[in-house]
Design a protein around this ligand. Structure first.
Ligand code: PGA
Length: 252
């Protein structure tokens, strides 16, 4: 049986106290249409997590964070623990996004520790992997991504989500081809089964990188694509709703 589709909005360093309208529009749609075949998440910047949770109170939307520290508390200026995120209402947390791997020198080992901390706190980690343009052009995309999976996913706990986001497709409008997405998602599925046994079948594998209202349906109907991690298009209610709608359509 196919996995439930999951559409997650990654606001990155966007959004403000004025984002209530955006959340309300998405929330209205989710309350009336979502059902149980599709799940929706919104990951705003840290200071907005509590507010987005309030703005979507008792809604099917899962609010989440874009990062967490691997420790529960302590002298880590500027960092936020998974424990606190859980306390303020987060359900999911993105870890190892390529922007964090590149801009904050995060290694797969660190990403794995963050994912473990999330699991201990009761959050579902969305573990991001993806190759650079150079790695794809040199024919190493699959090897790079499978290595990242092996090193970033905690082998003892399958309660994770994986997001495949080719770095060159993020924020560029250059979406990966359906064949490339199919090939990579099949490889990732096989690796997850190798690590987790049959539980690896149930792990949702999301695609991310320039997903928009127009291309979502084709991407979401690809085998082993269990949803999307959406950046730019998650900041516009009609676009994000159209992507959720595409997930509903391909799930029926
Ligand atoms: P994008 O970003 O949809 O703007 O390409 C996706 C992401 O970085 O998660």
């Amino acid at each position: 049986m196919a996995n439930q589709k999951y559409i997650i909005g990654n606001w990155k360093m966007n959004g403000s106290l004025n984002s209530k309208g955006l959340v309300s529009e998405i929330d209205d749609f989710c309350r009336s249409k979502l059902g149980d075949k599709v799940a929706v998440g919104i990951c705003p910047p840290f200071p907005l997590i509590g507010l987005v949770n309030e703005w979507s109170w008792e809604s099917p939307i899962n609010v989440g964070a874009q990062d967490c520290h691997f420790k529960e508390s302590g002298a880590h200026t500027g960092d936020v623990s998974a424990v606190l995120l859980k306390e303020i209402g987060a359900k999911i947390v993105i870890v190892g996004h390529s922007e964090r791997r590149a801009n904050h020198a995060e290694t797969s080992q660190l990403v794995c520790d963050k994912a473990k901390a999330a699991l201990v706190a009761g959050l579902k980690p969305v573990i991001c992997v993806g190759e650079t343009d150079e790695e794809r052009k040199s024919g190493n995309a699959i090897k790079v991504v499978l290595n990242q999976i092996e090193q970033s996913c905690p082998a003892e706990n399958a309660n994770i989500i994986v997001a495949y986001e080719p770095v060159w497709a993020i924020g560029t409008g250059n979406v990966a081809s359906p064949q490339d997405i199919l090939e990579m998602h099949n490889e990732i599925r096989a690796k997850l089964i190798e690590i987790y046994g049959q539980d690896g079948q149930k792990i949702q594998i999301l695609y991310g990188g320039s997903v928009n209202a127009k291309n979502a349906e084709e991407i979401l109907q690809t085998q082993n694509v269990d949803g999307a991690l959406v950046g730019g298009a998650s900041l516009k209610a009609p676009d994000f709703i159209a992507i959720i709608d595409a997930a509903l359509k391909v799930s029926n």
